[in-house]
Design a protein around this ligand. Structure first.
Ligand code: FAD
Ligand code: UDP
Length: 378
């Protein structure tokens, strides 16, 4: 009946389903545990008519023209360039920390010295990871690095990950480098925006194809199993392709142990004022138990007297209780993932794709690109 079964209706699953159905004429079943499509990119209007992102703020950005063009078949975009402020010493300053931030934070003579030292050490517009800047031998840069580390990274990372910046994979903090330039945007990619009518509508359009059937509120293990490297669907051997975008340890019943994740508690609040803060996202590295506040009207303007904000409270991930948002990479756990991957390779018609299945810190454009490439291989 189906040529392909796809587990998960996030970007990984939806792009694969769309490509395999419309490009290759396959009959596709998409199985999704949640009651909705879109994965973590799901959004919806709240009771005030404000478009909110259910699983935290999602800002689309890419340098890849093909990814942008592909998604543009399913949505128009609102031009949106993301800017983030961070509260340090009671002041809201732009991050990534850039040359302008220097002048807002330090006395002018000191800021000038630091700017000169930065420009002597790095190219204009260079992106310097904080852990790299901390290795600097220049005294002014050392002072700057210690300041940025302490005020922006240390306590935010301890909240977000329950670990210090040097204990987590360096690529994570390198996502927010010190920027030796004056561009105050959070992302510098060529294409940036948010879907005009939201992500969920984009997904609906992507999955709206006569050869795609969608099964919500259903988990892999409700209808499928893997026994002796063979996949069963409704207790019958399934010889078609299975694309799995969920957690790999769950797929194999945690046989080799649990892979660690970090979770978040999302706390939405309606505030009875037209505007709450100066930017869509304000980070609070050093205060409170939440990491950041998002105000959705600043991403999707809305005609409402009130405004909706979201506070994100990082939490340990507990199986069955909350959502696995971020893989926690350690060498030991990467090795465990590799063992699971080996098990998966023994199942010839199984493909792993996506943030969970590949245990990677993928942005939306990364996963769309990976799915487009994977679909083209078939
Ligand atoms: P998901 O979106 O997680 O989709 C996987 C789907 O599979 C889920 O719907 C899940 O319910 C389903 N599933 C899992 N297991 C099973 C099972 N066993 N049976 C049935 N269904 C199953 N990226 C950006 O580019 N910009 C941003 O601003 C941005 N902000 C983010 C903010 C937060 C708080 C987080 C956590 C992520 C953010 N991302 C952002 C990353 C973005 O969410 C991911 O790149 C994207 O969601 C990955 O898509 P995916 O399909 O791999 O995974
Ligand atoms: N980070 C930080 N302070 C900030 C912003 C980010 O310490 O004000 C660190 C933190 O470790 C975080 C990482 O940089 O997990 C990546 O930040 P990003 O904004 O990319 O996180 P995401 O939006 O993916 O949660």
């Amino acid at each position: 009946m189906f040529d392909v079964i796809i587990i998960g209706a996030g970007f990984a699953g939806a792009v694969m389903a769309e490509r395999l159905a419309s490009e290759q004429g396959r009959q596709v079943l998409v199985v999704e545990r949640r009651s909705h499509i879109g994965g973590n990119c799901h959004d919806m209007r709240d009771e005030n008519g404000i478009l909110i992102h259910t699983y935290g703020p999602h800002l689309f950005h890419t340098d890849d023209a093909d990814v942008w063009e592909y998604l543009s078949r399913f949505t128009e975009w609102d031009i949106y360039q993301h800017r983030v402020l961070a509260v340090i010493d009671g002041k809201k300053v732009p991050i990534p920390f850039n040359l302008d931030t220097l002048h807002e934070v330090f006395p002018e003579s000191m800021a000038q010295r630091m700017e000169k030292a930065l420009l002597e050490s790095y190219a204009y517009n260079a992106k310097v990871p904080i852990l790299q800047l901390k290795q600097s031998e220049n005294k002014d840069l050392q002072y700057l690095a210690d300041f940025v580390y302490e005020k922006i990274f240390l306590h935010y990372t301890e909240k977000q990950w329950g670990m210090k910046p040097e204990e987590i994979d360096g690529a994570v903090t390198a996502r927010v480098p010190v920027f030796v330039g004056r561009d105050t945007r959070y992302f510098h990619d060529r294409f940036q925006g948010v879907p005009k009518r939201g992500y969920t509508k984009l997904f609906r359009k992507m999955l709206n194809h006569p050869s795609i059937k969608l099964m919500l509120n259903t988990s892999f293990h409700d209808i499928m199993s893997i026994r002796e490297n063979r996949i069963f669907f409704l207790d019958q051997p399934f010889h078609g392709t299975v694309i799995y975008t969920g957690m790999i340890d769950e797929l194999f019943d945690y046989e080799l142990g649990e892979l660690p994740y970090r979770s978040l508690r999302m706390s939405f609040e309606t505030v009875e004022q037209e505007s709450y803060q100066e930017a869509a996202v304000v980070n609070y590295p050093n205060n409170y138990a939440f990491t950041r506040i998002t105000e959705f009207k600043k991403i999707h303007p809305a005609d409402a007297r009130c405004t909706t904000i979201l506070k994100e409270y990082p939490q340990p991930y507990v199986k069955g209780e909350n959502t696995p948002y971020y893989p926690i990479f350690t060498e030991e756990k990467r090795a465990m993932y590799a063992e699971y991957q080996e098990k998966a390779k023994n199942v010839p018609n199984l493909t792993l794709l996506g943030r969970l299945a590949e245990y990677r810190y993928y942005d939306m454009d990364d996963i769309v690109k990976a799915a487009l490439e994977k679909a083209a291989e078939r």
